[in-house]
Design a protein around this ligand. Structure first.
Ligand code: CA
Length: 474
């Protein structure tokens, strides 16, 4: 009896594997076969070390860790900018956002017709629409406040969240109907939420509201291919948590760190509910889930980017090297650690390849399809080189192989060997001038392909918004 049962389990496993292989093959060749669902879970300002899967001892993220442990964890996962708005613009288009002038956080002005994602760019939602996907953004938009930039006009069939770049978490604090009715000097974090074009009231902690809506959306859309962009604003400031989440972090004595951890606990619960819902609906093997943070932890908050140097806003690793993982049972290897550099720009590259979604020739992606690298079919590097520019700082940075170069009016010139010095402690520039100059020339050549920011900055910080010597208008 026991042997028979074992044999049946074994035969069942064979069948599952065969189906998985058939699915991967057919998804790219046959439109009639069910296409995978895509979920991108993005957190905001979460430090590299503030997830269990990167070794956090005090912040517990058992559900986020499921994505890394049941899927693949990227040890060199990057975003394309060190603060929120431009990083998201890169992720959503699969292109270096400097190509279309999204070179800073947009100004908070609902009448500004330039401060947002240019309409000619194609976001993930717009790329996937022609191949049959329903898309939802739940959480933080940050791609423009003017009505022309509204997510419902950008391929997202469903929007539940807020349009600006940050938000209060406690329902009682949300006192302004919208940006237009906000009194002069009012806090834009205190605006009410939106469901599509409607203003809505919420009665739960914001992170829980976003998780509720995510689970509901998955339930509603389970029969059709969907893309869910679950853009939590946690643990971005303001530091606000409920007593329930604080009570689950009493092992952390530092009060600020406890609040920050509590905000992540809320996200982690939400991630668990999303993963459980996929399983409950038997669609988890047909759903690819990415998890990442939009930039490094902020120095204003008790986050940790250890062992990386620097924080949000920096082009040392701590600003751009983020917690990053992907889970897709039976398609992406489980328990794998992938060490070659990858980028948030690769998310759309991967989705487009898996669905055969057309990409406009005049707006080629900078991201690549990660699947061949994840499955071991391609043992090379997804990217020979990665680039970054912060226009207002006058900073250019590049990683080629393990060699990282920074050329910056703000922090000077740097060269590091990340294989031996991930913490960027020893500047090698004096003995490696040639290497530095080669990388500098390479990133400067790339910069020529970019344009200046097309909108005003979030706030004017004196010198920070001026044009700099090496970022002249082209
Ligand atoms: Ca952020």
């Amino acid at each position: 009896m026991k042997m028979t049962k074992l044999l049946m389990v074994f035969l069942g496993m064979l069948l599952v594997s065969a189906n998985a292989v058939a699915n991967v093959t057919s998804q790219t060749s046959n439109k009639n076969v069910k296409q995978p669902n895509f979920i991108v879970i993005l957190t905001d300002d979460q430090g590299y070390a503030d997830v269990g899967f990167n070794g956090s001892k005090d912040i517990r993220t058992p559900n986020i860790d499921r994505i890394a442990n049941e899927g693949t964890k990227f040890t060199n996962g990057y975003v394309s900018y060190a603060v929120c708005g431009p990083s998201r613009a890169g992720l959503l288009t699969g292109r270096y956002q400097g190509r279309f002038g999204f070179g800073r956080n947009p100004v908070i002005d609902p009448t500004d017709t330039k401060a947002g994602m240019p309409l000619e760019e194609q976001m993930i939602s717009e790329v996937l629409k022609p191949v049959g996907y329903t898309s939802s953004i739940i959480g933080k938009w940050h791609m423009g406040l003017h009505p022309k930039f509204h997510p419902n006009k950008r391929g997202f069939d469903h929007f539940y969240g807020f349009l600006n770049g940050g938000h209060d978490y406690l329902p009682k604090l949300l006192i302004h109907k919208d940006f237009n009715s906000m009194p002069k000097g009012g806090r834009h974090y205190a605006t009410k939420l939106n469901h599509n074009y409607d203003v809505i009231e919420i009665d739960e902690y914001l992170t829980d509201e976003l998780s509720n809506e995510a689970v509901n959306f998955i339930e509603r859309k389970q029969d059709k291919p969907f893309f869910l962009y679950l853009a939590y604003n946690a643990p971005h400031g303001p530091m606000q948590a409920t007593q329930e989440y604080l009570d689950r972090n009493t092992h952390i004595k530092n009060k600020k760190r406890r609040t920050y951890a509590a905000m992540i606990t809320a996200v982690d619960d939400g991630v668990g509910r999303v993963l459980d819902k996929l399983k409950e609906l038997s669609i988890d093997e047909n759903t690819m889930v990415f998890f990442l943070s939009d930039n490094g932890g902020s120095r204003k908050h008790p986050s940790s980017n250890a062992p990386l140097r620097g924080n949000k806003g920096d082009y040392f690793e701590g600003g751009i090297h983020v917690p990053f993982a992907v889970r897709w049972p039976n398609h992406v290897p489980a328990g794998q650690k992938y060490e070659n550099p990858v980028s948030s720009l690769d998310i759309l590259g991967t989705f487009a390849a898996l669905t055969n979604a057309p990409i406009a020739k005049e707006r080629p992606l900078d991201g690549v399809n990660l699947m061949p690298f994840l499955t071991g079919k391609d043992v090379g590097l997804p990217h020979d080189v990665l680039f970054w520019r912060n226009f207002d700082q006058g900073t250019l940075a590049t990683r080629r192989g393990d060699s990282k170069a920074i050329h910056s009016e703000k922090v000077g010139d740097h060269l590091y060997d990340l294989a031996n010095d991930l913490s960027e402690t020893t500047n090698l520039i004096d003995n490696n001038k040639t290497q530095f100059e080669q990388q500098k020339a390479e990133v400067q050549a790339w910069e020529k392909e970019l344009i200046d920011p097309v909108f005003r900055p979030l706030a004017k910080f004196g010198k920070s918004a001026k044009k700099t010597k090496h970022t002249k208008k082209q």
